[in-house]
Design a protein around this ligand. Structure first.
Ligand SMILES: *Cc1c(COP(=O)(O)O)cnc(C)c1O
Length: 407
């Protein structure tokens, strides 16, 4: 039952467009990448949306993801399989971040990560377009979200993850009805298997940005942020960047909001945060390149951003540059320190990828890239509960004498 999905709102999709050549594609057919081998972007009749819908009306609606229905691609509402995609809160972290630092805590979404935003949309579209079997490479969270939504509507899923993917992710994927395989390689090696199987007609390829609709789901982070901050945007956004779907999606959302007349031309500086053990976007940014080469021997505790090669590399780099932001790399020790500080001082348990954004923010404060008076939003993209924590080995013998002062 999709009781929380509003049913009486049309979609305004006009067509899809190649992100590199601008070539147009029919909206109501199944597509992967464009003929140029690049991501397809969904385009809407924003003038019609503008005539039909106001900011004020949006504000009267329930604050879940489906509040943005007119800016989303699903035509038949009956195709949406919802698990309750709530608006995620902005949590101040004054003690470990700064006076104007907010964490957008995406860990509260179904399946415990913001991958739910992308996959709820992509699965609805797959269903709308008649897909029966989906395969995906994942570092964990995307596979879990895919498994959940696809199983819920009877679509078969086959998921491939690097063999050292966090154990909880592999098990939750299996538990939620996918067939999951541990592969002796990285996520792009898994992607190659998915691509080969798709080319041979075994399944539809759901790799990041290789189908057009995940980005539309992730876009809602940007829409939400604008609404939550009273239709203005923060000075800077720090985003943990793997495939970059969320960063690209938010950048697209801001553009659409401006075309609707709901925000002005001001934009936040976008900081793409990577781990120093896997920083292809940072390397390309610093070298002034438009595309990023594969990062060899990728390693980091932040599994979600261990992505050696991103098919949307040029879109990430473009958004970062246009915004006046940067691509920043942080080491694993700084990441773990940030996670620990935030947990101990704020009571907010970040995932390592979220910790990376806090570590990068702290570094940016030091170098003068940002200052404390600026409003900054950090993205915590999954619940910290999915990741290993330091042991807590102390035990107490209830039969022995207890030294209460020492507890
Ligand atoms: C997938 C993931 C990311 C990276 O998101 P992209 O939009 O693909 O760059 C960051 N953090 C977590 C926890 C993730 O699962």
């Amino acid at each position: 039952m999709n009781h929380n999905v509003v049913t009486d709102r049309p979609t305004f999709v006009t067509h899809l467009e190649c992100s590199i050549s601008g070539e147009r594609y029919d909206a109501d057919r199944l597509h992967g990448l464009s003929r140029a081998g690049r991501p397809l972007l969904v385009r809407y009749d924003l003038a019609a949306v503008r005539a039909r819908l106001s900011r004020d009306e949006v504000e009267t609606r329930q604050t879940d993801m489906w509040r943005w229905r007119e800016l989303l691609p699903v035509r038949g509402t009956e195709n949406i399989v919802s698990l309750g995609e709530i608006e995620t809160p902005l949590i101040p972290i004054p003690a470990s971040g700064g006076p104007r630092v907010l964490v957008k805590d995406e860990g509260r979404l179904p399946t415990g990560s913001f991958k739910a935003r992308g996959l709820v949309m992509a699965v609805a579209m797959a269903r709308e377009l008649g897909v029966k079997r989906i395969a995906m490479p994942t570092n964990g969270n995307a596979g879990a979200a895919l498994a959940a939504y696809a199983s819920r509507c009877g679509i078969e899923t086959i998921v491939f993850c690097p063999e050292d993917t966090p154990e909880v992710n592999v098990r939750e994927i299996a538990m939620q009805g996918a067939r999951v395989w541990r592969v002796n390689g990285l996520i792009d090696d898994c992607g190659a298997i998915v691509g080969k199987g798709a080319a041979e007609g075994h399944w539809f390829d759901f790799s990041t940005l290789k189908e057009p609709y995940r980005i539309e789901g992730k876009k809602t982070m940007g829409l939400e942020l604008a609404a939550q901050l009273g239709w203005r945007l923060p000075d800077a956004i720090f985003y943990p960047t793997g495939g970059g779907t969320g960063l690209i999606g938010m950048w697209k959302a801001f553009d659409e909001l401006e075309q609707l007349g709901w925000i002005g031309p001001e934009r936040p500086r976008m900081y793409a945060v990577q781990a120093s053990g896997c920083a292809p976007i940072v390397r390309a940014f610093e070298a002034g390149e438009e595309h990023a080469e594969r990062w060899e021997d990728a390693h980091t505790v932040a599994a979600g951003i261990r992505v050696p090669r991103a098919v949307g590399d040029f879109l990430i780099l473009r958004a970062v540059r246009e915004s006046g932001g940067k691509a920043l790399a942080v080491g694993d020790p700084a990441i773990m320190q940030a996670v620990e500080d935030c947990a101990r001082r704020e009571g907010l348990l970040l995932c390592p990828e979220g910790g990376a954004t806090l570590a990068a923010y702290r570094e940016a404060l030091k170098t003068g890239e940002v200052d404390e008076t600026e409003q900054v939003v950090l993205f915590n993209c999954a619940t910290g509960l999915k990741y290993p924590m330091p042991p807590a080995p102390d035990t107490l013998d209830r039969h022995a004498e207890i030294d209460f002062a020492a507890l």
